[in-house]
Design a protein around this ligand. Structure first.
Ligand code: DX5
Ligand code: ZN
Length: 243
């Protein structure tokens, strides 16, 4: 695997929202793989950084895939509205889904890829009866709702647990990680099994560099993770720096 096999998804809530179109063109030029939009309803999480109008207005301005992370109580309402805009993946939280199987079917019947997001304390085993309905697992490495938080340490092992869990089935389901995807954490996250990185304030939008410099630095961090090789849960005992 080379560093481009691991995908970078900038978290748009962390972008320069007052100059967003220019910012997105800078991200495109720097070679990101998709754009990550966090839609929140101020109920499931106490925040609301982005809305439908922003996604709708951006849609015709970039060809990058739109990866939407719903942190809302009424998933089906948001899904129906997003199908009118044109997005490529929608991830819903297991914790906000009363009828998860039906909600995932609603996403897929609109030819959109479906993901399930798990809060740090939610075990990956909750996915065992929807694995055929999903195209991605989104492991929250912080508690959802806000940028700028620090990683929940146990989630590094959880990424490796998720990799081991998914390996039991002949399904090629990528693991996306979201929250404090920093230059320091990226190697560990990749070594643990992350395939898609939601990058926010601690990497792509880090104040210490330009978008291009930060993405190059993130790609180097990915390479360091790939050099470590995919670690298993048991490997964490051997590498105290990962705990
Ligand atoms: C948090 C969001 C993340 C967040 C990432 O609920 O899902 O996308 O914005 O921001 P950082 O990288 O600052 O944690
Ligand atoms: Zn997110």
């Amino acid at each position: 695997m080379d560093c481009n096999s691991i995908q970078i998804a900038p978290s748009i809530m962390c972008a320069d929202l007052c100059h967003l179109e220019e910012d997105i063109h800078r991200l495109e030029a720097a070679g990101v793989d998709m754009l990550h939009f966090d839609l929140m309803d101020a109920h499931f999480v106490p925040n609301m950084p982005l809305g439908f109008a922003l996604i709708e207005q951006l849609r015709p301005r970039t060809v990058l895939p739109f990866d939407v992370h719903l942190m809302v109580e009424d998933n089906d309402f948001f899904i129906r509205r997003l199908t009118q805009i044109g997005v490529q993946r929608i991830s819903v939280h297991f914790e906000s889904s009363t009828h998860l199987d039906r909600t995932l079917a609603l996403i897929r019947e609109n030819d959109i890829k479906a993901g399930v997001a798990l809060n740090p304390s939610t075990p990956v085993s909750v996915l065992c009866h929807v694995l055929e309905q999903i195209d991605c697992v989104l492991i929250m490495t912080v508690n959802p709702g806000f940028a700028g938080q620090k990683i929940v340490p146990s989630t590094l092992r959880k990424i490796a647990d998720c990799r081991a869990f998914l390996r039991q089935w002949p399904l090629d389901i990528p693991i996306q990680v979201d929250g404090n995807v920093s230059f320091k954490n990226i190697p560990k996250m990749v070594a643990a099994g992350a395939d898609i990185l939601v990058a926010g304030t601690s990497s792509v939008f880090h104040k210490g560099g330009t978008r291009s410099e930060n993405i190059q630095r993130a790609r180097h961090a990915i390479s360091r993770g790939l050099e470590m090789g995919r670690l298993n849960t048991t490997d964490f005992e051997k590498l105290p720096c990962l705990n």
